[in-house]
Write a protein that binds this ligand. Structure first.
Ligand code: PNS
Length: 161
């Protein structure tokens, strides 16, 4: 069974993340979507909210078991604990590459069996990020094209507080 981990802050999950999850679920047998419990990044949404938003947004996929959870510490260690030998990352533009390249090599240095695969997001979401959603939502803008329908109301409520 091929298991991959898709890590991130997901503060909150966007349609771009969801696009990557669905693409990865078409490649792997099991996908662990892992929310970093990153208090130092001062996320807007709690780790419980971020996990719940993802669970509610992800569709059932016949060929892949999708698990949504959170993790602390190093991704390389978490991957080993979960039996994942692949990290999935979404690439939007070349500007993402340098950072992702560094992370991928650092992760493989720490866990020799851990490779990273990059999936291209749909061109519709090339510009999309959680920080953009937070910024637009905070000012009462329309986020309906950016985050999954089921969570839009709760995301907006919290952002506009
Ligand atoms: O959505 P993000 O914030 O770009 O995700 C970044 C994430 C969570 C993938 C990255 O920060 C991470 O893996 N953090 C855990 C600590 C770690 O292992 N860092 C990489 C090696 S230094």
């Amino acid at each position: 069974m091929k298991t991959a981990v898709y890590p991130g802050s997901f503060d909150p999950i966007t349609n771009g993340h969801l696009d990557v999850i669905i693409r990865a679920a078409n490649v792997f047998d099991k996908l662990v979507v892992a929310v970093l419990n990153n208090a130092n990044k001062r996320p807007i949404f709690t780790v419980e909210e971020r996990v719940e938003f993802i669970r509610e947004s992800v569709p059932k996929m016949p060929s892949c078991e999708i698990i949504v959870t959170s993790f602390d510490g190093l991704l390389a260690d978490f991957a080993q604990e979960t039996g994942a030998t692949t990290v999935v990352k979404g690439l939007r533009a070349m500007s993402d590459f340098e950072y992702e390249f560094q992370q991928a090599l650092a992760n493989r240095k720490m866990n020799h069996r851990l490779d990273t695969v990059f999936l291209m997001t749909s061109e519709k979401y090339m510009y999309l990020s959680s920080s953009l959603v937070r910024e637009i939502g905070r000012h009462g803008g329309d986020i309906s094209d950016f985050v999954p329908l089921k969570i839009q109301k709760r995301v907006l409520e919290k952002l506009s507080k």
